[in-house]
Design a protein around this ligand. Structure first.
Ligand SMILES: Cc1cc2nc3c(=O)[nH]c(=O)nc-3n(C[C@H](O)[C@H](O)[C@H](O)COP(=O)(O)OP(=O)(O)OC[C@H]3O[C@@H](n4cnc5c(N)ncnc54)[C@H](O)[C@@H]3O)c2cc1C
Length: 405
């Protein structure tokens, strides 16, 4: 099937990859509508891609070796142990991931969007009106455009998804991720080749180094925990949102800082507490599953389609795989209906399986944490296996393989 006018709503990771996918598949005209009017590259946080999933995406032509990255080999889980600088490691696991800076990964993907694609920054889609043979988009500046197919790559608060499945929205998981990126990479154990999870009752903090985009490195961290249900400490997060520094209540940041001071080994407490406040923000954690990835002439990709809690380390992999799957479905299908059915069948079950795995991980890594301080490697291995035991082969930690049908 060739031709067609395609709108991609959202020009972030999923949007850029999908614009590339439909261009390669033979679309006549591709327009990307991206709300942000500045470049997205200043999101300086980290993203880790599992190495085998990276290889598959490289073979498919979506990522490339020249995108700046830092290798990670192992993940070490530790607890505070009196004044021992790095605490006590109670479990280690292989962690074959490539660490990226979100901004440079996006820049590289943006540069791969073909010249012929009309990428419009500062273009906000306010409504999506489906018809039998196409979809009309209305923009914030008042004008309307009609397309044969509209792809929602507009993230977890998607307007395209709302038009497809009104009322289905991300559900707050009950806890938050507090994130930051520090320039202080001095003295990292094993030259930064390990990722570290600092565990404490009621959560953990993952720390790893990422390229800073200019040849050096930053230390990226994200701490997951449930703030107490006390006034001022637990903001109302039922409406999907993320909270930049200026919107953080000082009671909440004071509480988080005290938690780090009390529970982290001194070396890691210094790194987290030394991170400039303006580079920290709160990401409430959400779950989202949709009945289908397609409806009429509308399609969902990336976080617009499903949101798995970040513990599976595969949000970006899933988004990039959605794009490759759409390209494959397009190449195999002989009508819009056929293409969209193939895509939905390929990606819907993967999204649901990933959300289920992420819920199990969130339950045991944040909501109902074990007695980490009493654990040693054999206990850790059994605990890790139990979280993963419900996974089938098609969805696992770091993302499922594109090669498994
Ligand atoms: C700050 C940040 C940190 C992250 N960290 C990690 C990580 O460490 N590991 C990991 O695997 N994943 C992480 N993720 C998630 C990961 O980036 C996503 O799962 C993946 O990249 C897919 O994102 P997406 O493109 O679907 O959505 P998003 O990145 O949310 O992009 C949606 C885009 O749509 C645009 N948009 C929304 N509504 C409209 C509209 N109405 N009109 C026009 N444009 C619109 C937005 O401006 C945005 O650019 C992170 C995401 C963010 C934002």
């Amino acid at each position: 099937m060739r031709g067609g006018s395609i709108a991609v709503v959202g020009g972030s990771i999923a949007g850029c990859a999908t614009a590339l996918a439909v261009s390669r598949a033979g679309a006549d005209r591709v327009t990307v509508f991206e709300r942000a009017d500045a470049e997205l590259r200043d999101r300086g946080v980290g993203i880790a891609l599992q190495s085998d999933r990276y290889e598959e995406l490289r073979e498919a032509g979506y990522v490339a070796p020249e995108m700046p990255w830092a290798p990670l080999n192992r993940r070490v889980w530790s607890v505070r142990d009196s004044d021992a600088p790095h605490g006590r490691g109670f479990g280690q696991q292989p962690f074959p991931f490539r660490a990226y800076n979100w901004g440079s990964l996006w820049s590289e993907l943006r540069s791969r969007v073909p010249e012929g694609v009309d990428y419009r920054s500062g273009a906000v889609v306010t409504s999506v009106e489906p018809a039998d043979d196409g979809v009309t988009l209305r923009l914030a500046d008042g004008h309307e455009e009609r397309f044969d197919l509209v792809i929602g790559a507009d993230g977890y608060r998607s307007v395209v998804r709302e038009a497809m499945f009104p009322g289905i929205s991300p559900q707050y998981a009950g806890y938050i991720g507090w994130r930051g990126a520090s320039e202080d990479v001095e003295g990292l154990p094993s030259d930064g080749l390990d990722a570290h999870n600092i565990a404490f009752p009621g959560g953990h903090c993952m720390i790893y180094h990422i390229p800073d985009g200019t040849g050096g490195h930053h230390l990226n961290w994200v701490l997951y925990t449930t703030p107490p249900q006390t006034d001022g400490l637990h903001p109302d997060l039922r409406t999907p949102t993320s909270l930049p520094p200026g919107r953080l209540k000082s009671e909440l940041t004071d509480w988080l800082r005290a938690l780090v001071a009390d529970n982290f080994p001194p070396f890691w407490a210094d790194k987290v507490l030394g991170t400039p406040a303006e580079t920290t923000f709160i990401q409430p954690i959400y779950d989202l599953v949709v009945p289908h990835y397609t409806s009429g002439r509308m399609v969902l990709v990336g976080d617009a389609a499903s949101v798995a809690r970040p513990h599976v380390g595969a949000g970006s992999v899933k988004a990039l795989q959605d794009a490759t799957a759409l390209e494959a479905a397009w190449n195999a299908g002989d009508s819009w209906k056929d293409v969209l059915e193939r895509y939905d069948a390929a990606r819907g079950p993967v999204g649901s399986a990933m959300v289920a795995l992420a819920r199990r991980m969130g339950s045991t890594q944040v909501e109902n944490t074990p007695d980490w301080a009493a654990m040693h490697q054999p206990d850790f291995d059994a605990w890790w296996q139990e979280q993963n035991s419900g996974s089938d082969r098609s969805s696992g930690f770091g993302g499922h393989s594109l090669k498994v049908k």
